[in-house]
Design a binder for this molecule. Structure first.
Ligand SMILES: *Cc1c(COP(=O)(O)O)cnc(C)c1O
Length: 465
C-alpha cells in the first residue's frame, strides 16, 4: 500500500483555540458591524484572514532568537542574515527593514519620481501604493490568461512580453526606474512566474537598459511551482532553482512575513553598490541604521534561519499540498474556486456561490459573514468593498470577480482544520438558497475603507421587492 502524504514536522508547542456557539458568533459579528477585521482573535476559531506574519516558527528559529545580538551597529545577527541572503539568494548588498512595504518605501525613495512608469505583473497593493504616492504609474503587463479563473495555465503570473516591450518602446528609459516582477503573483491569486518568463523579461530589460526588481514575498512557493511544473527542473533542489531565479534580477524587496516564516520583518537586496549606497540614506531616515533597519537582532537571526527552512522542498510540499487538499474538497462539493490552486490561499468565486445577492449588497462580504457564523472561520473579502469607490465619481467600483480568500498560515493548522473549513463551506453551500439578504454600508472611510467599514443587513426598498 502506498503511504499517504503527511506533514514534514511534528508539533512541540501548541496554542489553544476555542469553539463558540452560533448565538455568540451572531452577536459578535453584529457588534463588529459585520466587518471581520473588527473581530477579536479569540472570537475566531480558524483564522484565514492572512498568511502574512501568522506562521509558526520552528524550534531552530526560536533557538536562533536566544542568540540574537542586539548591538546597534555590526551585530552578529546582521551578519548571519547577510550570509543567508548571500548564500540562498545570491545578493552582495542588503538592507533590513521592518516589513515589506518599508522595503518598498526605502527603495522607491531612491528610484521612483514624478511621471515615471513601472511595468510589472499585477503589482501588489502596497507596491502600487508606493508607486502612485510618488505620482508615478504602475502598468500591469500580466498575460491575459491570468484573468480567467477557470482557465488552466501553469504560470498565470507570467508577464506578457509584447505588453512589456510596448512600454519599453514608448517610454524613454530614464522614465522607467525598474520592472517589478512579483513572484508569486499575489494579486492574480498566488500564481507563479516561469523560469523561462523570468529569463525573457531580464534579457528584454537588459536590451533596453532597465533594471529588474523581484517583489519576493512568496519567492520560495514560486520556486516550488517551477520544480513541479516547468520542464527541466524536476531534479533540481529548491535552493538551486531560487539561485537561478535571482540570476534574472538586479534586486529584490521582501516581506519576510510570508515565505521566510517570521512574524515581522523585511529587506531589500541588491547587486549594485551605488544603488545600495543611495537606498542606505533612506533606510537610516525611515527604518534605522543599516545593520538593523527596524529589526531587533533576535528577529534577524530567526529570519536567517527561516530563509533556510522556507527554501526546503519538504516544508514547501507540506504547505502547498495542504492548500491543494482544501481546494480539492471544495471542488468536489461543487464550489467554484480559482484554478489552478495557488500557493498560499483558496479564492472562492462568491458570485457563483450566491448568484441571488445583488452586487450592491456586497456578495463576497455576505459569503465571508455566513462562513464566520457557520463555524467561526475568518476569511477576507476580495471584492467590491476592497475595490473601493472611483476617486472622481465616488461610485462603487464593481470588480469582475467577487472572491472570498481563505489564506492558509504556514505550519499553523492541521488537515483536520482543513476538513472543518471544507465541511463548514459545504453546509453554507447546501443552504445557499436560504440566504436572501446582503449588507449595506452604514459608514466608511474615504480610502482603504475595507479595514474599518461598518455594515448592517441590507433593507430592501419597495422598488426592489
Ligand atoms: C505582503 C506583500 C507586500 C507587503 O509586505 P508587508 O510585509 O505586508 O508590508 C508586498 N508585496 C507582496 C507581493 C506581498 O505579498
Amino acid at each position: 500500500m502506498e503511504l499517504p502524504f503527511s506533514e514534514s514536522y511534528k508539533i512541540k508547542m501548541i496554542e489553544p483555540i476555542r469553539k463558540s456557539s452560533r448565538e455568540e458568533r451572531e452577536r459578535w459579528i453584529k457588534e463588529a458591524k459585520y466587518n471581520l477585521f473588527n473581530l477579536r482573535s479569540d472570537q475566531v476559531f480558524i483564522d484565514l484572514l492572512t498568511d502574512s506574519g501568522t506562521g509558526a516558527m520552528s524550534d531552530r528559529q526560536w533557538a536562533a532568537m536566544m542568540l540574537g545580538d542586539e548591538s546597534y551597529a555590526g551585530a552578529s545577527s546582521y551578519y548571519n542574515l547577510k550570509n543567508a541572503i548571500k548564500n540562498i539568494l545570491g545578493f552582495e548588498y542588503f538592507l533590513p527593514t521592518h516589513q515589506g512595504r518599508a522595503a518598498e518605501n526605502v527603495l522607491f525613495s531612491a528610484l521612483v519620481k514624478d511621471g515615471d512608469v513601472v511595468p510589472g505583473n499585477s503589482h501588489f497593493d502596497t507596491t502600487k501604493g508606493h508607486i502612485e504616492f510618488r505620482k508615478a504609474k504602475a502598468i500591469d503587463c500580466t498575460i491575459d490568461e491570468a484573468f480567467d479563473t477557470t482557465l488552466d495555465h501553469p504560470f498565470k503570473g507570467n508577464i506578457d512580453l509584447n505588453k512589456l516591450e510596448h512600454i519599453l518602446l514608448t517610454n524613454p528609459k530614464e522614465k522607467i526606474p525598474m520592472i517589478i516582477v512579483t513572484v508569486t503573483c499575489n494579486t492574480s491569486g498566488g500564481q507563479p512566474v516561469s523560469m523561462q518568463n523570468l529569463k525573457d523579461v531580464y534579457s528584454m530589460a537588459q536590451k533596453y537598459g532597465v533594471r529588474v526588481i523581484f517583489d519576493s514575498a512568496r519567492f520560495a512557493e514560486n520556486a516550488y511551482f517551477i520544480k513541479v511544473r516547468e520542464e527541466g527542473y524536476a531534479d533540481k533542489s529548491i535552493k538551486q532553482i531560487v539561485k537561478e531565479m535571482y540570476n534574472y534580477a538586479d534586486g529584490m524587496t521582501m516581506s519576510s512575513k510570508k515565505d521566510a516564516i517570521v512574524n515581522m520583518g523585511g529587506f531589500i537586496a541588491l547587486k549594485e553598490e551605488e544603488l545600495f549606497k543611495k537606498a542606505s540614506q533612506y533606510n537610516i531616515i525611515f527604518e534605522g541604521f543599516i545593520t538593523y533597519g527596524g529589526m531587533s537582532g533576535r528577529d534577524m537571526n530567526a529570519l536567517a534561519q527561516g530563509l533556510d527552512e522556507g527554501t526546503e522542498f519538504d516544508y514547501l510540499e507540506t504547505r502547498i499540498k495542504q492548500v491543494e487538499y482544501l481546494g480539492n474538497q471544495l471542488i468536489e462539493y461543487g464550489i467554484t474556486i480559482q484554478q489552478p490552486i495557488g500557493g498560499h490561499a483558496i479564492f472562492i468565486d462568491a458570485k457563483k456561490f450566491l448568484p441571488q445577492i445583488p452586487k450592491e449588497e456586497y456578495v463576497a462580504q455576505t459569503l465571508a459573514i455566513e462562513l464566520y457564523k457557520e463555524a467561526g472561520i475568518r476569511g477576507v473579502e476580495i471584492g467590491t468593498l476592497l475595490a473601493d469607490r472611483d476617486p472622481d465619481t465616488r461610485e462603487n467600483r464593481y470588480p469582475v470577480l467577487e472572491m472570498v480568500r481563505l489564506a492558509i498560515p504556514r505550519r499553523t493548522y492541521t488537515n483536520n482544520h482543513m476538513d472543518v473549513i471544507a465541511a463548514a463551506l459545504k453546509n453554507v453551500f447546501d443552504r445557499r438558497n436560504e440566504i436572501k439578504n446582503g449588507y449595506q454600508i452604514i459608514s466608511e472611510a474615504p480610502i482603504m475603507r475595507h479595514f474599518t467599514v461598518e455594515l448592517a443587513p441590507a433593507v430592501k426598498t419597495s422598488a426592489s421587492l
